[in-house]
Design a protein around this ligand. Structure first.
Ligand code: TXA
Ligand code: MG
Length: 322
């Protein structure tokens, strides 16, 4: 879990020679390539099985590095960068000529983020350039929050996995679009809408899917385990679980509070009460459902304020709901 300077150097050499490095961030593990090397970027899409139109986030070492990637860094971007970088916020901006089409999916915008993890920052600093990286999982599956998750998903398809321990935030960055006349949140994540609103002094709308499908995280059944997932209010947990049982399916309940009449013969995975801990452990809990080979999971949904907005978003994706 301790990364040596030698390992960082090895990772830099792999990036420089067009290879793929999985690295920890505070949100989830990323699958990184040199953002200016088109062949390397194409490898990311091949390994993930991700459609090529879906753009990647370019990770940079600090806000001073934005000029290479965007010609337009508006006042709102300055304020957000000062407040949240390094951290779980991605900004979509007008791209510069330096950004290859392979990274942006041919769009005229680029997504930029300074991740808040010492290993990611050490790598970016030593590399000196931008690292294009999606989450280090196969397309449509649950994002990895430990190095082991990356090995489990991608195995030998990645040249090096830097193990920085479990991710502290546990769900992906918030994506805010600053390329248009008004800001819009494209994906709720580790920075809350409330924090963004307070920083910009306006209420920034959260653009729900169905609009311009710029974000593949906005397609149903993203972040999905193999098991069928349904969401429930606390009082619906037992009834929904019993429905699966009546169909002969093995089922587990995921909740932070046991129902008043604990169901007999239905297994439970306890979720943390605090939203921050729930976010941190969410993908691991979904992976556990598959590891224990449950065919169905009934998940108690938290209130959707603060970090809850992102947690509910990911749970809805896991359930294939919109
Ligand atoms: O926390 C995170 O954001 C993690 C870590 C590794 O940084 N990365 C991540 O990447 O979640 P990925 O590829 O799984 O999701 C990135 C999202 C995609 O939904 C993509 O569509 C969106 O960012 N995106 C990238 N460039 C964009 C652009 N130019 N316009 C709109 N959305 C963009
Ligand atoms: Mg992803």
């Amino acid at each position: 879990m301790y990364i040596t300077p030698q390992e960082i150097n090895r990772a830099v050499r792999i990036l420089e020679t067009g290879g793929l490095v999985a690295f920890p961030t505070e949100t989830v593990y990323g699958l990184g390539a040199d953002a200016t090397n088109v062949d390397a970027v194409k490898k990311i899409f091949a390994v993930k099985g991700r459609p090529e139109k879906h753009p990647l986030i370019v990770h940079i070492a600090d806000a001073n590095s934005v000029a290479k990637w965007t010609d337009e860094f508006p006042e709102a971007a300055h304020r957000l960068a000062a407040r949240f970088w390094p951290g779980p916020l991605t900004m979509v901006l007008k791209r510069s000529k330096a950004v290859p089409d392979a990274v942006t999916g041919g769009q005229d915008t680029v997504a930029l983020r300074v991740p808040g993890h010492p290993v990611a920052l050490a790598l970016l600093k030593a590399f000196g350039g931008g690292v294009a990286a999606p989450s280090a999982n196969r397309f449509g599956k649950v994002s990895p929050t430990t190095a082991q998750h990356v090995y489990d998903d991608l195995g030998k398809d990645v040249d090096l996995v830097l193990d920085g321990g479990p991710c502290a935030v546990g769900i992906e960055s918030t994506i805010i679009d600053l390329s248009g006349p008004e800001p819009a949140i494209l994906r709720p994540g580790g920075v809350t809408k409330e924090e963004i609103d307070a920083t910009l002094g306006v209420s920034v709308p959260v653009v729900k899917s169905g609009g311009k499908v710029k974000v593949p995280g906005q397609m149903p059944t993203h972040y999905a385990p193999k098991a069928q997932v349904v969401l429930a209010k606390p009082e619906e947990l037992v009834e929904k679980a019993n429905r699966f049982r009546a169909q002969g399916k093995t089922v587990v309940i995921l909740t932070n509070a046991l129902p008043e009449k604990p169901p007999i013969g239905i297994e439970t995975i306890m979720l943390p009460v605090s939203l921050a801990e729930l976010a941190r452990g969410l993908y691991e809990a979904l992976r556990e459902v598959d590891r224990r080979r449950f065919q169905a999971a009934v998940v108690c949904v938290p209130p959707s304020a603060g970090l809850g907005l992102a947690v509910v978003d990911r749970l809805e994706k896991a359930a294939g709901e919109e």
